[in-house]
Write a protein that binds this ligand. Structure first.
Ligand code: SAH
Length: 250
């Protein structure tokens, strides 16, 4: 049977996923705890990615080399960049790019040396199923969270976007930096710190990857205020619901 890796970016998300696994067993590799078990009848390895591209890349390599996972699903949060990508919306990645990769003038800006490309792709089929699961959870969101939380975060009609997700080793938390990124990469829907690293490793090994990110902030001057509240009250509950919906139906 296919072994699926469920990667969470945050402790709260991992805890919610482990709650869905009746028989998980912990194993430590490279100082990181991996949890093997089952979720809705699927063989699953759950793990916390750690923050940033290096932690993400080593986690991805360990999942593939040591645990033999055959597909990877990543859930986390991100800062919204493109207009209309609002707090509470969801982004399912179609492509990834490292916004802080710059070996110019030797290589074009953002190109990963040795690969001849700046963008890496998500698996189309797995991502389409993840987007369907996300849309379903968004429809159920008001009932799951309750009117108080919906109003507190002004979550009126949260949407699922699909497109370019960019990653770098920076928490983007100023309006100026967010504008600079938007100018350089107008197609980018959202920014986070791990997705593109997973995509590069998955490309190397030919392992399908799908990434969903709930928008926790707008990567602007208010990002540090919005981020922790959103994690506690919304994102942690949201991710487990998406994973459960995905694995129930595939
Ligand atoms: N103090 C936090 C650290 C958060 S770092 C903690 O409790 O762990 C931010 C994390 O959320 C990263 O994993 C990144 O992928 C994502 N993220 C959310 N908003 C972001 C933003 N505006 N810029 C970059 N990454 C962001």
């Amino acid at each position: 049977m296919t072994i699926t890796a469920i990667v969470s970016a945050l402790h709260e998300e991992l805890a919610a996923v482990l709650d869905l696994m009746p028989d998980e067993q912990q194993q430590t590799v490279g100082g990181r705890a991996f949890w093997r078990g089952h979720l809705h009848g699927h063989d699953v390895v759950a793990v916390l990615s750690g923050i940033g591209k290096v932690a993400a890349a080593t986690t991805a390599a360990a999942l593939i080399e040591r645990f033999g996972v055959q597909r990877i699903v990543f859930t986390g949060v991100a800062g919204g960049l493109a207009p209309g990508v609002n707090v509470g919306d969801v982004v399912v990645a179609r492509h990834f790019l490292q916004h802080d990769m710059d070996a110019s003038p030797l290589f074009p800006r953002h190109e990963v040396p040795g690969y001849g490309r700046s963008r890496f792709d998500a698996d189309a089929g797995l991502s389409a199923r993840l987007a369907l699961a996300s849309e379903q959870v968004l429809r159920e969101l008001p009932a799951r969270l309750g009117a108080g939380v919906m109003q507190a975060f002004k979550l009126e009609a949260p949407r699922c976007h699909q497109g370019l997700l960019i990653s770098g080793d920076r928490f983007v938390s100023s309006t100026a930096e967010s504008l600079t990124l938007r100018e350089a990469l107008p197609e980018a829907l959202a920014v986070e710190m791990e997705g593109a690293a997973f995509a590069q490793v998955c490309h190397d090994y030919g392992v399908p990857l799908a990434v969903v990110r709930t928008i926790s902030d707008r990567a602007d001057d208010a990002a540090h205020v919005d981020f922790p509240r959103f994690l506690r009250e919304v994102a942690s509950r949201y991710s487990a619901a998406v994973i459960e919906t995905l694995l129930r139906e595939t």
